[in-house]
Write a protein that binds this ligand. Structure first.
Ligand SMILES: *Cc1c(COP(=O)(O)O)cnc(C)c1O
Length: 328
C-alpha cells in the first residue's frame, strides 16, 4: 500500500479495474455525448460522460454495487445500512435488491416524501429519525449495531471510491486520451476514483474537481493542504453539501487531482437549463457542476480534449421550474 503525507492511499487502479468487472452487466455503460455547439463555444473537443443515464439516475450505483458485492456472506445475510436522503440511499437500495441483501436507509423525518417513496420503491426499509433531537451518525451506528448491519458510507470507503472510478475508466476506453477531466466534488468519492483512472489510462490528463462556491471545503482543503470543513452549506447543489472530504478521499485527492475550481449557484442554474434546452439532457444541479466550470470559462481549454462527468439527473421538475422563474 502506498502512503502520502496526508494518509494512506487506499485505492489503486487495480481496484477500479476490479470494480469494473464486478459491475459489468449490472450497471449501465452510460453514453458519451458530444456537441458541436459546446465545441464552438469553448474551442475544445468536449466529451460528456452521462451518468444521469445510470441506473437510479446517478453514478452512485457504481460504488454502492461494488461495495455491497464484496461483503462477507454473513454480512450479506444480515443486511446493510446507509444514511442519506439523496442518491446514495437509492443506490444502496437498488444494489441491495439486485444482490439479495436487505437495505435499511436512515433518513431525517423531514426528508421529501418523494425521496422516501422512491427509496421504498427500490425495496428498502426506511427508518426516520428526528434531526433536531438525534445525531444522525449516532442514531445510524446504534441501529446498525443492534441489527448487525454493515454501514455503507456515501463516499469515504475504498470500495465506493473504486466503483465511482469506473465512470472515468469507461470514458477513456471510449474516447482515448484527454488533456483535462472535469469532475464534480462533494465528499470526493467520484473525483478521487476518476482521478485514479485518469492517472492510469491517460497519464498526462489533468483531473480537476469542481465544487459549489457555497460549499468549497474541498477546494480550501486542496489549496491549504489541510482538511477543511463547511457547516450545512446552502447551495442548490444538494449532492455537494457534504461537510468535508474523508480519511479515504482526502489523501487520494491530494495525490491524483491537479486542481480545484468553484462555480456559484446562478452559474450552475444557467448551465443546468442550458444542458436541458440545448443538449436535451436532464441534469440535476450537482450533476452540472463540472460542465458549469467549462461553459462559464473557469478553465481555458482552447484546443484541448476535455472530458466532463455529468454525475446525475434526479431532480424535482416543479422545483426547477420555480428556480427558473425566480431567476428571470
Ligand atoms: C453524491 C453526488 C455527487 C458528489 O459525489 P462525491 O463522491 O460525494 O464527491 C455529485 N453528483 C451527484 C449527482 C451525486 O449524487
Amino acid at each position: 500500500m502506498n502512503a502520502s503525507e496526508f494518509g494512506p492511499l487506499l485505492v489503486s487502479y487495480d481496484d477500479v479495474a476490479g470494480a469494473a468487472r464486478r459491475i459489468q452487466g449490472r450497471a449501465h455503460r452510460t453514453p458519451v455525448l458530444t456537441s458541436e455547439t459546446v465545441n464552438k463555444r469553448t474551442g475544445a473537443d468536449v466529451f460528456f460522460k452521462c451518468e444521469n443515464f445510470q441506473r437510479m439516475g446517478a453514478f452512485k450505483f457504481r460504488g454502492a454495487y461494488n461495495a455491497l458485492s464484496q461483503l462477507l456472506p454473513e454480512e450479506k445475510k444480515r443486511g446493510v445500512l446507509a444514511y442519506s436522503s439523496g442518491n446514495h440511499a437509492q443506490a444502496v437500495a437498488l444494489a441491495g435488491r439486485l444482490l439479495d441483501i436487505k437495505p435499511v436507509i436512515v433518513m431525517p423525518m423531514d426528508a421529501p416524501q418523494v425521496k422516501v417513496e422512491a427509496t421504498k420503491g427500490y425495496g428498502a426499509e426506511v427508518v426516520l429519525y428526528d434531526k433536531h433531537k438525534e445525531d444522525r451518525d449516532a442514531f445510524a451506528r446504534k441501529l446498525a449495531g443492534e441489527r448487525g448491519l454493515a454501514v455503507i458510507p456515501p463516499f469515504d470507503h475504498p470500495h465506493v471510491v473504486a466503483g465511482q472510478g469506473t465512470a472515468a475508466k469507461e470514458l477513456f476506453e471510449e474516447v482515448g486520451k484527454l488533456d483535462y477531466l472535469l469532475v464534480c466534488c462533494g465528499g470526493g468519492g467520484l473525483l478521487s476514483g476518476c482521478a485514479i483512472a485518469a492517472h492510469a489510462l491517460s497519464p498526462e490528463c489533468k483531473a480537476i474537481g469542481v465544487e459549489p462556491a457555497l460549499g468549497d471545503d474541498a477546494t480550501r482543503s486542496f489549496k491549504t493542504r489541510t482538511l477543511q470543513s463547511c457547516h450545512n452549506p446552502e447551495t442548490i447543489a444538494d449532492g455537494a453539501r457534504t461537510h468535508s472530504m474523508g480519511k479515504v478521499t482526502f489523501p487520494l485527492v491530494m495525490a491524483y487531482v491537479h486542481d480545484m475550481l468553484t462555480v456559484d449557484d446562478p452559474e450552475l442554474l444557467r448551465t443546468m437549463f442550458w444542458l436541458w434546452e440545448r443538449m436535451k439532457i436532464v441534469v440535476e444541479p450537482t450533476g452540472a457542476l463540472a460542465a458549469t466550470a467549462l461553459l462559464e470559462g473557469k478553465l481555458s481549454a482552447k484546443g484541448a480534449r476535455v472530458g466532463v462527468i455529468i454525475s446525475g439527473g434526479n431532480i424535482d421538475l416543479r422545483w426547477a421550474a420555480q428556480q427558473r422563474l425566480a431567476s428571470r
